[in-house]
Design a protein around this ligand. Structure first.
Ligand SMILES: [Zn+2]
Length: 184
């Protein structure tokens, strides 16, 4: 898992920007239909904020003046400023890591499924491109097998998503790369 930036798929797969936007739009719609993923995403994203509130409750003096250099207000303010900056930077770093973990666990699988629905065989576990003529072969990167089962799962999920107003979703393999973003 990359904690600096999300890795949705093999870097060798470079769809045009328009198609990339369509893939992420589809992935967003897929995730919005999974309350469990949204709950996990929200829970993980909240951990840093709750931890920060808890830390301020447990160590209330840490972000106040009057303890480090009593009597010297300039040194006090300087010390407080450094502590505020340290807490702020630390919080942003932890928040970023939590966000990357939440994305990897809940959103990335939908991006990979959306790419597969467009006919590009990628490993659902690591995003590596799979040999197009041998979908049964294990992923050359992580060794995951059973991609045919995941293709069926992906197709079934897409078929379940199909509505009379949006019949294109019933057969994602037929979806054109330049298709318009569905509007409701
Ligand atoms: Zn893989």
């Amino acid at each position: 898992m990359n904690l600096i930036r999300p890795v949705f798929h093999d870097p060798a797969y470079r769809p045009p920007l328009r198609e990339l936007i369509a893939i992420h739009w589809t992935a967003n719609l897929r995730m919005l239909r999974r309350p469990r993923d949204i709950a996990i995403f929200t829970a993980i994203s909240m951990v840093p904020v709750l931890t920060l509130f808890a830390a301020v409750e447990v160590f209330p003096e840490f972000l106040r003046t009057g303890s480090a250099n009593p009597g010297n207000i300039m040194l006090e303010l300087q010390s407080l400023l450094l502590r505020v900056i340290a807490v702020g930077v630390g919080f942003l770093a932890v928040q970023h890591v939590a966000f990357m973990i939440a994305i990897e666990l809940t959103y990335t699988p939908h991006v990979r499924a959306a790419i597969r629905d467009r006919g590009v065989p990628v490993c659902l576990r690591c995003g590596h491109l799979l040999p197009p003529n041998d979908p049964e072969a294990p992923c050359p990167e992580c060794g995951t097998t059973g991609s045919s089962a995941t293709i069926r799962d992906s197709g079934r999920a897409a078929a379940k998503d199909a509505t009379p107003a949006n019949p294109d979703m019933a057969n994602p393999d037929m979806a054109k790369p330049d298709m318009e973003v569905p509007r409701r």
